[in-house]
Write a protein that binds this ligand. Structure first.
Ligand SMILES: Nc1ncnc2c1ncn2[C@@H]1O[C@H](COP(=O)(O)OP(=O)(O)OP(=O)(O)O)[C@@H](O)[C@H]1O
Ligand SMILES: [Mg+2]
Length: 317
């Protein structure tokens, strides 16, 4: 177990990481989700031992590791800028950590091939890293970070510059690989779909602070604030009885117009999203607009009677 306790880091009088606390259970993938500049990379660098803390503690198995040098922490890291070794070919880059561990040549070779296969770069071992595309370099960096199977892996936007197809494949496969080997990971992203697809636990950050943490489904269904709700991709933020609330996109059901509990809406837009159809509707009496995932995909201009499940309405600050 890794425990981040009250970590604070400032630069030139500006606080970049502000009293951040969360735990990473053994074998868990914790996704750090937050906008650009909120302190994600700074926090990862601190955990890796590359950035001193102003205050707070970082414990592994109950022991404070802040005094340990980076190479004494048993932590693997994939940097946001990849930081490949420019004078070594792809294979040599990937096997770097294996050599450090003293693994034999044959085993190293097998592991390198398996890692390159995983990231879709089979046959790239002898390529020089200088002329790789951005997405290829990123995948070499990911393979290099995974290869030594560290107990804890820090991944700073590892899928950032990949095309959609490749990214979707790795979003699906990476958690399996990490879980199979039993690697705990902190995975940084600002993409909420990626976060929900990969996380055992989500930590939402904003302006250096933890805004909310918890299991992905709980965080999604019960966002603590409007900032979190918007950052998670919620579109239905409403005023209800003087309070603000989020209406979940799966909260509405189409019913017969005569149904006593229903409210009338008009369909004003529809679009495909993630294989299902999102329908934007406008409430006939108040003009309030909401977006739902609706079965049956009613056409634009149609009136629909909707029942909204009260459990799908979540109050926020
Ligand atoms: N070495 C440094 N010296 C001064 N300021 C820094 C340094 N490193 C980071 N910062 C500042 O600290 C804040 C947090 O930066 P950080 O790189 O951790 O953000 P981030 O969440 O990783 O953003 P992104 O999603 O864009 O990568 C930013 O305002 C940044 O400008
Ligand atoms: Mg960053």
């Amino acid at each position: 177990m890794l425990s981040i306790q009250g970590v604070t880091i400032g630069f030139d009088g500006q606080v970049a990481v502000d009293n951040v606390s969360f735990d990473v259970g053994d074998g868990d993938i914790v996704v750090l989700l937050g906008p650009s500049g909120c302190g994600k990379s700074t926090l990862l660098r601190a955990i890796a031992g590359l950035q001193p803390l102003d205050s707070g503690r970082i414990l592994r198995g109950g022991v404070d590791i802040c005094g340990r040098a980076p190479h004494e922490r048993g932590i693997g890291m994939m940097f946001q800028d990849h930081a490949l070794f420019p004078h070594r070919d792809v294979g040599r880059n990937v096997e770097f950590g294996l050599r450090m561990k003293g693994m034999g040549a044959e085993q190293r070779h097998d592991r390198v091939l398996a890692m390159l296969q995983l990231v879709g770069l089979a046959g790239f071992e002898r390529r020089t890293v200088g002329n790789l595309s951005g997405g290829e370099a990123q995948r070499v960096a990911l393979a290099r970070a995974l290869a030594p199977e560290p107990d804890l892996l820090l991944l700073d936007e590892p899928l950032g510059s990949l095309d959609r197809e490749l990214r979707d494949r790795l979003v699906a496969e990476l958690p399996d690989v990490l879980h199979r080997v039993g690697i705990s990971a902190i995975h940084v992203t600002h993409d909420h779909d990626e976060a929900f697809a990969m996380a055992d636990e989500i930590v939402v950050m904003g302006e250096g602070r933890v805004l909310q943490k918890g299991q992905p489904m709980d965080v999604w269904r019960r966002p603590a604030s409007e900032t979190v709700a918007r950052f998670l991709g919620h579109r239905n933020i409403i005023e209800a009885g003087g309070h603000r609330a989020v209406v979940l996109p799966d909260a509405a059901t189409v019913v017969d117009p005569g149904d006593g509990r229903s409210i009338d809406y008009v369909v004003i837009a529809t679009r495909f999203r993630g294989g299902s159809r999102e329908v934007e509707v406008e409430r006939v009496d108040t003009g309030q607009r909401l977006v739902f995932l609706l079965a049956g995909a009613p056409p634009i201009g149609d009136r629909v009677a909707l029942v909204i499940d009260p459990d799908g309405i979540s109050p926020i600050e």
